[in-house]
Structures are given as C-alpha cells and as structure tokens.
Ligand binder design. Structure first.
Ligand SMILES: NC(=O)c1ccc[n+]([C@@H]2O[C@H](COP(=O)([O-])OP(=O)(O)OC[C@H]3O[C@@H](n4cnc5c(N)ncnc54)[C@H](O)[C@@H]3O)[C@@H](O)[C@H]2O)c1
Length: 343
C-alpha cells in the first residue's frame, strides 16, 4: 500500500505527539519534523530516527553547530510531503500558510489559529465528511474538541437543546511550568462567553452553546462542568447510552478512586500510555445527574492529547485516505489504544 507522506512543522507539545502518532499509522509515512530548537527536545526526535529539518538557513546552522543532523530547511521538507501538519505556536502557523499554498501542499493548522486561516474547522465525529479532499483544515483546540465530542453525542441521540459550560483551564503545560503559569490564584477570562463556545460553532453552527472559563493553578488537564437543556425528559441510562455511542468518550466512576484529575493522570501512566496521555474525554458517570429535562455532568480533558487522534483523522480526510469517518476513527483508535473503558 502506498503511504501518505506527512511532514510536521513545530516539534513541541502537540507536534511531537502528532509525529509519534503518524509514525504508528500503517497508511502514513513521517517524512520529517521541522523546528528551530537545538536542545534536548530535538535531540529526542533524532534518537527516534525522525528526519530533522530547520525552519530556515540560520536555524539550520545553529542546529548543525549543536550536532543535530539536519536534512534541510522547511522548503526542502515541503517538497517531500503530501501534507504538512503545522504545530508551531499560536499565530506563527498563519505566517506559513502562504508558503504551503504556493507549493500546493495540503495543510492542517491547530487550534491556536483562527477559523478563517483555513475556512474549515475539524472535529472527526462531527464533520469529517465536509473535510474530504479539502486543501486545508484547522483541528480545533483541546477544550473545543471536548465540547464538540460530548455535545455531538447528545445531538446524535436527539437529546440536545442547549448547553452551558464552565471550564477550569490548566494554567500552562507541565514541561514549561518553571517558566510560566500562575500560583495561589484563579484567573477568570475577561468576557462571558469565553471563546470556546463560539469556537465550537465554527465546527457545528447549529449548536446553542455558551461557555465561561477560569484559569486554575495546575498543569495536568482541564475540567469542565456542563448544564444541558434536553429536548425532553429522559432517564440517566438514555444519556449514558448516548455518551457510550461516542467513539472517544470514556465513562469513569468517582467512587472507584478517580476523584480528581491527578488520579486520572496516574491511571493513564499505569496504562503505559505515551507521556501518560489521555486521548478520550473522561466523563464521570456516577456524578452525572438528570432532573426532568435538565442534565448536569463534569469531565476531564487532557489538553496535550485530545487533539492527536483528531489530527490523524484530519490527515485521512484531506488526503481522502478514508472516505468514511468511522473507518478512519476506528483505525486511529486501534493504533493509539483509545477505548471506551479504561479497565
Ligand atoms: N499545548 C496544548 O495543550 C495544546 C492543545 C491543543 C492545541 N494546541 C495548539 O497547538 C499549537 C501548538 O501548540 P504547542 O502547545 O504544541 O506549542 P509549543 O510551544 O509546545 O510547540 C511549538 C513548537 O514550534 C516550534 N517553533 C516555533 N517557531 C517555529 C518556526 N518558525 N518554525 C518551526 N518551528 C517553530 C517551537 O520551537 C516549539 O518546539 C498551537 O496552535 C496551540 O494553540 C495546544
């Protein structure tokens, strides 16, 4: 089978995970990763055998001087690839877009970029089909991905009228918590709605969703609380069945010791997940409450991991490797060990 050649630009928190995920797909080949760094982070990519490229000649020189074997610059990598996943920091990717377009290279950007940068925002279970064969898409952010995933499950079951959520957001990523972050405070977003609700509508304009968000002093994951107006009175079992029908929601129990986000992280490490990553939304089924036509629930989102399977599916959609969303999702889930029950 001929494999799709995938390049990654930006080998940071998201880029290194996308690279590892691409490397285990039997229908994809990782042709290289591009960055500007010269320290341990890129040296691990070298150790993994990934071909290394530098953003430009200056960075190539710096990398070579620190004994990183560099194969070329971004423009060389572009020539080798069928598609590029841009995982550079917020707003940098938008500067690369003209380069990708000039080379007629398909590209994916991440949630730090605006919807307008590609004109399409992606979430596999919701709108895979509308991305088929497109030149580009944006995989929405970690919070937005979790919102779309959970609300799509309720919508598909015909249960969703409107959704209101409060998001507790991790302050910074663990690897850089010595450099940035907050301590001994809670920092609410300036405006209600926070940006995640409107962002969810870039994938599914029909959603009636409002969010508020607050930054909290920890680094492990986000925690969401949701209040849903249902279309009718339902039983708790009907709601759980709707969530069970989603391919990337795992139901967990508070009563089983999973009573905080650190315990969930420890569970992922115990499962030998790479980086302790949780690709699923972990939703507390024993905490979930239905009162007539109102639904209340909470879940945990691993911000560093949730967009990785979505990105793999987005590659298949743009390149038409798989025409059917569920076929791609199944393939991705099997390759990454994604499941509905952790044990
Ligand atoms: N961190 C998260 O939890 C998270 C979750 C979902 C989506 N995202 C989105 O993913 C994207 C990447 O975020 P991240 O957290 O991985 O960032 P990051 O800072 O961890 O990684 C970015 C990488 O890009 C490299 N880089 C910077 N300038 C470059 C250039 N000109 N050319 C090539 N490489 C360059 C950096 O050296 C770094 O290795 C952003 O759009 C972000 O909003 C992040």
């Amino acid at each position: 089978m001929e494999r799709i050649k995938v390049a990654i630009n930006g080998y940071g928190v998201i880029g290194k995970r996308v690279a590892d995920a691409v490397a285990v797909q039997d229908d994809m080949e990782l042709v290289g990763v591009c960055d500007i760094i010269t320290d341990w982070r890129i040296k691990i990519a070298v150790q993994k055998g990934y071909p290394i490229f530098a953003f430009n000649g200056d960075y190539q020189k710096q990398m070579s001087e620190t004994s990183v074997p560099v194969k070329g610059i971004l423009n060389d990598l572009i020539k080798l690839a069928d598609i590029i996943v841009d995982c550079t920091p917020k707003k940098i990717a938008s500067q690369n877009i003209e380069t990708y377009k000039a080379s007629s290279l398909k590209f994916i950007v991440q949630g730090g970029e605006k919807h307008e940068s590609t004109g399409h925002s992606f979430s596999a279970e919701n709108n895979y089909e509308s991305a088929l064969g497109r030149a580009s898409t944006r995989v929405v952010s970690c919070n937005t991905t979790s919102i779309i995933r959970t609300l799509t499950a309720l919508k598909k079951a015909g249960l969703l009228k409107k959704a209101r959520g409060t998001l507790l957001r991790r302050a910074t990523d663990p690897w850089e918590s010595h450099l940035t972050g907050i301590i001994n405070t809670l920092v609410p977003e300036e405006e209600i709605p926070s940006h995640q609700g409107p962002d969810a509508k870039t994938v599914d304009p029909d959603l009636d969703v409002v969010t508020a968000a607050v930054k909290v002093p920890e680094t492990l994951s986000h925690l969401h609380y949701w209040f849903i107006q249902l279309t009718r009175e339902v039983t708790k079992d009907e709601v759980l069945e709707a969530f069970r029908n989603s391919s990337r929601i795992a139901l967990i129990n508070y009563a089983d010791g999973l009573s905080a986000n650190n315990t969930i992280k420890e569970l992922m490490l115990s499962l030998n997940r790479p980086y302790g990553d949780m690709y699923e939304v972990a939703l507390w089924q024993d905490m979930l409450k239905v009162e007539g036509d109102e639904l209340f629930y909470a879940y945990v989102v691993d911000n560093q991991a949730i967009v990785i399977p979505e990105t793999i599916d987005a590659i298949r959609a743009l390149t038409k490797l798989e025409i059917n969303a569920m076929d791609s999702i199944k393939k991705t889930n099997e390759s990454l060990g994604i499941r509905k029950n952790f044990y």
